[in-house]
Ligand binder design. Structure first.
Ligand SMILES: Cc1cc2nc3c(=O)[nH]c(=O)nc-3n(C[C@H](O)[C@H](O)[C@H](O)COP(=O)(O)O)c2cc1C
Length: 187
């Protein structure tokens, strides 16, 4: 017998998701960090990424006003800081100061990158779709780069060297296995 799940919890059945720290900043350049798990690539050419974000989040207001954000892919080592950035609001606390995460200069946008993260996607907002209680913010990826040595020869994460943080749901996280598999494609 299948087990029924309340449809209001459907999204947990799609986790674990890669978890990122998205940076944004206000008109004075004061940066904020939000934990975001609902991220999806939506186009390769042009390079577009979709981010589902609640309109009441402080970060949403900053991103809407500035039109810029940076997706910083988090390693499992900083799970505690990610949880903090996902449970506290930048309205009340300076999340860089509170977590000790290190801001770095981005190449094309004003929000900083986070030095402790594995990879960085600098984005400019090109579209926004109202979707229920969230907004699907679509960003064009202006630049994408990683910490040195985290990719293998095929441009994929080398899982013997990095372990991206995955959000299982609520306050629980997991990560990748040290090995990856490449199954044979059935014909
Ligand atoms: C692991 C994790 C993932 C999250 N993913 C999302 C997400 O995809 N979209 C969203 O709107 N909020 C998400 N949140 C909630 C926001 O990070 C949270 O509301 C945050 O405190 C908002 O901060 P701000 O008010 O400074 O913008 C997530 C929280 C956690 C802990």
């Amino acid at each position: 017998m299948n087990e029924s799940v309340s449809v209001s919890s459907f999204h947990y059945l799609l986790h674990p998701y890669n978890t990122s720290l998205v940076t944004c900043c206000d008109a004075e350049g004061q940066p904020n960090i939000i934990a975001i798990a609902w991220l999806v690539p939506v186009s390769v050419s042009p390079p577009l990424v979709g981010m589902s974000i609640g309109p009441r989040r402080h970060s949403y207001k900053l991103i809407q006003a500035s039109g810029e954000f940076v997706i910083n892919v988090a390693p499992h080592e900083i799970a505690q800081q990610v949880l903090f950035c996902g449970r506290r609001s930048g309205r009340d606390v300076d999340k860089f100061a509170a977590t000790g995460l290190t801001p770095g200069q981005a190449r094309h946008v004003r929000p900083p990158i986070i030095e402790e993260c594995i990879a960085h996607l600098e984005c400019r907002v090109v579209q926004e779709v109202e979707a229920g209680d969230h907004r699907l913010v679509i960003g064009e990826v202006l630049a994408a780069y990683t910490r040195p040595g985290v990719l293998d020869d095929n441009g994929l994460y080398d899982l013997s060297r990095v372990h991206p943080l995955l959000h299982l749901g609520r306050n629980r996280f997991t990560s990748t296995l040290a090995q990856s598999t490449e199954p044979q494609l059935l014909t």
